[in-house]
Design a protein around this ligand. Sequence first.
Ligand SMILES: [Zn+2]
Length: 148
Amino acid sequence: MVPDSIPECQFQYAGGRHCRRIPKRGAAFCRDHRRIVRALPAPASGSSRDPRPARHEHALLRLGGLGLDQLVLEISRSLQALEPLVRGSASSEEFFRYQSARTAAEFAIDRVASLPHSLRRVMRNLHPDHFAMICRLLMYAGPNSASL
Ligand SMILES: [Zn+2]
């Protein structure tokens, strides 16, 4: 638990949970979320805002809050949604690359799903709190996740 006097990242995940990483002194967001917030389009004034940036913004925020298990499912679902386009217009090489991506996503889903079971097998005596922390690290670890 981080004491109240230490500022935490202000990023809020889609589910309402806040990121609890500690940003650099004076920064509002941790390194990972600074990158996401920077990628967001600048707020537009008035009501004639193009809905596409809002959709992109929503997707960035939603994806930034997902664990690895949900991210690999998202990749698989997005690839599946593109299949009619690929089937209709891709060259054989492009279709081969597309199928490889779908297969890789399926392998990734299987491996991510097996991580907790594999961990349980090799670390049978691990305290449940430690087990939960390791699983959380496996699902949410990023380049700057030492404070998870
Ligand atoms: Zn953060």
